[in-house]
Design a binder for this molecule. Sequence first.
Ligand SMILES: Nc1ncnc2c1ncn2[C@@H]1O[C@H](COP(=O)(O)OP(=O)(O)OP(=O)(O)O)[C@@H](O)[C@H]1O
Ligand SMILES: [Mg+2]
Length: 250
Amino acid sequence: MRIKSGIEGFDALVEGGLLQGRQYLVSGSPGSGKTTFGVQFLTAGALEGEAGAYIALSESIGTIEDDMSRYNTQIGDLIKNNKLIFIDLGPSVNYGEYDEVSNLITPDYRQQSGDSPANQAPTPFSVFKDVEKHVKQSGIKRLVIDSLSSIRFTTQNPASEERSIGRFIRNLKTLGCTTILLSELTKPDAYTIEQFASHGVIFLHNFMDKQGSMVRALQIIKMRGTKHDCEMRSIEFSDKGLKVGKMLKK
Ligand SMILES: Nc1ncnc2c1ncn2[C@@H]1O[C@H](COP(=O)(O)OP(=O)(O)OP(=O)(O)O)[C@@H](O)[C@H]1O
Ligand SMILES: [Mg+2]
């Protein structure tokens, strides 16, 4: 079954909507619209009765709620009615706190308890366990993870990191939610495990043209089981949020 993405102009590019229960990666540069895309997707579902959760791993949920409420005044009510839930799973220790704690405990104790800054940071495993709990408790049907980039680089070993991100995505698939994974796009031509493991990949771009004006664009890179548009399309932020428009001129 196909469900509405909530992004004006997007569903027509993917045979009418996203496939329910699948995992999609929305990857983009800073400020390209990832959070807006994710919140619009959740809001569209929540307005039709599907509970949605936004898992924030790097930004404060208060800021996201405030910024996104500007696009849709119903967001406050959806939050009150538990149809839209913002969950902060970011690092729990504030800057400086660890140093204070560290001065009070002996190195021996730290070694035994595994109490190091690395252990305070969310990992793919800890995030999955928390997400699973919330999905079961609150009957979540739509999920946004912001961002996969925040749970990368938690180990020193790149091969084990790739495996653990792959395992994270495979485990998310078992929860039955339609999921949007957000990630930072640093090199569009570098293929990552999340691109291979997701059912669909959407890139959001913002770059300067030759005249120095900002160009915003969306491009669907992959969408399994779907005849989809492949062009770079302009996007704009209207009063209602992101909107996909015409093909960019070549
Ligand atoms: N009310 C608004 N009207 C129009 N454009 C806006 C408005 N609010 C924000 N924007 C634009 O949206 C951008 C931020 O969008 P968003 O937070 O979705 O991006 P992001 O990709 O999640 O960013 P980040 O990489 O920082 O997480 C801003 O940089 C600004 O250009
Ligand atoms: Mg964001």
